[in-house]
Design a protein around this ligand. Structure first.
Ligand code: AMP
Ligand code: MG
Length: 364
């Protein structure tokens, strides 16, 4: 299925705002209206909150509170800027090799969660790979700013950096809430999970203050209870990774219908630069130290946005076979892979959400 649209949010909004009448919810005397607002200054991305409230003022209050929480996480997770009296990621990366650094709860919780996955053997998403990722970041930023002079990082530099990516050298102390780098050259890059973690962290507040909502952090979507307009589910577009090759301007390959679940996509089209006509994107295979070429995109559906964000990056790096095996071994997690040859692979339970699969009676 393909839908025509100029931008992600035009389509998202068109799909989701189709019916936005006043609908009674809970108490018969109260009426809820669907509102939507965007913020463009947090997490270097577009954040949209859509949800039901009795008045614009009520919605605005929830929106402002939610953005204030996200702004705080953005500062704590910021790898490029220092803030007064805040041991954020920037501070940790500079000082955690000198002595254990006491860090904010949010950062400690995110790093420990990632280390748990590492200890369980899931190592394709390695947030301790900062040394390698920062080289790619530097060359990508330079290449995007000056495409005519775009260059690839020297392989020797990547290899030298990869000697300093062992997560076991990141020592966490849960009691003191400290982090220490036993390898002085190790650094953390939490870009693969930060938005998912942040989405999960605002859910309790949103659930308490709105009967139904949908929040998107740069396409990292969590859909709450079913919308109050009579539909059973929220409809969320799954982007076409190659809209231009597939007719031009066609933004969506498919739609998922769901509620009380998250949808997260990792794609090679999100952030990339071009060297000698070839695209080099932002998801790096720890084995090759180069952008992984196994997938165009991977979409995950499950309850936890942190897990979905982590897994979308993980499966992007794994082969289709390895990824499928992993997802089928997990309870309550579904995935959709878009492969370089234009074909798709879906996990066994994806049919309950993916519109094209439902329409085709279970076949991609
Ligand atoms: P996502 O879009 O969620 O797949 O995250 C991509 C971001 O995660 C990149 O911009 C990097 O900051 C980081 N990243 C890329 N490759 C890896 C990797 N193999 N392990 C951990 N983080 C990665
Ligand atoms: Mg991710």
């Amino acid at each position: 299925m393909k839908l025509k649209s100029a931008s992600f949010f035009c389509i998202l909004l068109a799909a989701l705002l189709a019916v936005s009448a006043l609908v009674p919810f809970g108490l018969s005397e109260s009426a809820y209206t669907k509102f939507s607002r965007r913020a463009l200054d947090i997490f270097d991305t577009e954040i949209t909150l859509m949800g039901y409230a009795r008045t614009q003022e009520e919605f605005d209050r929830v929106f402002d509170d939610t953005m204030a929480m996200l702004r705080r996480f953005d500062q704590v997770f910021d790898a490029y800027n220092a803030y007064e009296d805040l041991s954020n990621l920037y501070y940790v990366n500079r000082h955690a090799a000198e002595a254990p650094v006491e860090i904010p709860e949010e950062l400690f919780s995110l790093i420990s969660w990632c280390k748990e996955q590492w200890n369980n053997g899931l190592r394709s998403t390695n947030i301790a790979m900062g040394a390698v990722l920062s080289i790619w970041h530097e060359y990508r930023e330079a290449g995007m700013a000056h495409p005519e002079a775009a260059q690839l990082p020297p392989v020797e530099a990547l290899q030298a950096a990869s000697a300093h990516t062992d997560f076991d050298q990141v020592i966490l102390d849960a009691e003191k809430q400290t982090v220490f780098f036993a390898d002085p050259q190790i650094t953390l890059d939490i870009g693969a999970v930060a938005k998912g973690w942040a989405a999960d962290a605002v859910l309790p507040y949103l659930r308490e203050h709105m009967p139904s909502f949908l929040i998107s952090l740069g396409g990292n979507v969590y859909a709450g209870e079913a919308p109050l307009d009579g539909r059973a589910n929220w409809a969320i577009g799954v982007e076409d990774p190659r809209p231009d090759e597939n007719g031009g301007g066609l933004m969506y390959r498919d739609i998922v219908d769901l509620h009380s679940l998250t949808v997260v996509t990792s794609g090679d089209y999100h952030r990339f630069y071009v060297v000698d006509g070839q695209r080099y994107h932002h998801i790096i295979d720890p084995e090759t130290l180069f952008p992984s070429t196994k997938m165009l995109s991977v979409t995950i559906i499950c309850e936890s946005s942190t897990l979905a964000d982590f897994l979308s990056t993980t499966l992007f790096v794994l082969s289709a076979e390895e990824g499928l095996k992993l997802i089928e071994s997990m309870e309550g997690v579904e995935a959709l892979w878009m492969l370089p040859d234009g074909t798709e692979q879906a996990s066994s339970g994806m049919g309950q959400y993916l519109r094209s699969l439902k329409n085709a009676g279970g076949k991609v």
